[in-house]
Structure formats: structure tokens, C-alpha cells
Design a protein around this ligand. Structure first.
Ligand SMILES: [Zn+2]
Ligand SMILES: [Zn+2]
Length: 152
């Protein structure tokens, strides 16, 4: 029996969270980890109690769905809501973070980003992460680790 690695375990959790997404344009999951413990998780979806994209369609402005709170922000806000420190934590995301999430991740004191899929990897985000000393590493979900099939 093969024991699942920490990276695969946390990345699997993010893929599982992505299945809860309510926006059909892209299903994203994020898991915040500190000292090998999951402290928060999030997926991209509407504000609590709001209309879901999957029910009413996306609200698209300039090619972006503006209805949803991104997975990374939702995970960070869960920490804010319940008073959990994110300093020196790590985040596992299914997709490379957008610029807004990149800045929030840096500002929250997170020191490492692990992502499974490249997604419009913005050069400025890469530059900001590098300048802030945040390590960025691609950790793909291994098919034989867990057989989850997100739709993107
Ligand atoms: Zn949407
Ligand atoms: Zn984002």
C-alpha cells in the first residue's frame, strides 16, 4: 500500500473543494495549510445566500464572471471570519492564481503557493510572488493517487 504524500493529500482536498464550485466557467478549489494542518478551504462561488451562476448563468463583464468570490479569497476570508492566522501558511490551489488573488495571498503572509494547473499565469503575478519571496511550485494531482475528475 502506497501512502499518500502531503502534497497529494492537500491538492486532492482542493480538487474536492472545486467540485463545490457554483460557476461553470471554471471550477477552482483552494486549501490553506499551516504546519501540515488544513486551516481553511474555499471554492469559487457567489456570496453566501446569493444567486448561483449554475442557476441563473454567469454575470459576465469584460470576459470575467463577476458574481463569484474566488476560491483563494474565500479560503482567506474563512480565516478572517474565524480569526485564524495565515502568516507563514501555504496554499494549495487547483489553478494558478489570478492577479487579485496573487496580491491577497502575498498580503496575508502566505509563503508558498502550490498549483495543479497552469491558468493564464500572469507575468506580473509571477513577478509579485518572486519579489515577495513566495515560493511557487506546480504540483499536479497524480491520477493514480485519487481518481477525481474536475470538469476543467
Ligand atoms: Zn459564473
Ligand atoms: Zn483569483
Amino acid at each position: 500500500m502506497q501512502r499518500i504524500s502531503w502534497d497529494q493529500y492537500f491538492m486532492s482536498q482542493s480538487h474536492l473543494l472545486a467540485l463545490r464550485s457554483t460557476c461553470q466557467r471554471l471550477m477552482v478549489g483552494a486549501t490553506i495549510v499551516r504546519d501540515k494542518r488544513i486551516i481553511a478551504g474555499g471554492y469559487n462561488g457567489s456570496v453566501s445566500g446569493g444567486i448561483h451562476c449554475i442557476d441563473d448563468g454567469c454575470y459576465v463583464i469584460d470576459g470575467h464572471c463577476v458574481r463569484t468570490v474566488h476560491a483563494e479569497i474565500n479560503a482567506l476570508l474563512q480565516c478572517a471570519k474565524f480569526g485564524v492566522a495565515t502568516e507563514n501558511a501555504e496554499i494549495y490551489v487547483t489553478h494558478f492564481p489570478c492577479l487579485h488573488c496573487c496580491k491577497s495571498i502575498i498580503q496575508s503572509g502566505i509563503k508558498a503557493v502550490y498549483y495543479a494547473k497552469d491558468y493564464k499565469n500572469h507575468p506580473y503575478a509571477i513577478e509579485l510572488f518572486r519579489d515577495a519571496g513566495v515560493s511557487v511550485e506546480k504540483v499536479e494531482l497524480e491520477k493514480d493517487t485519487i481518481d477525481l475528475q474536475p470538469n476543467n
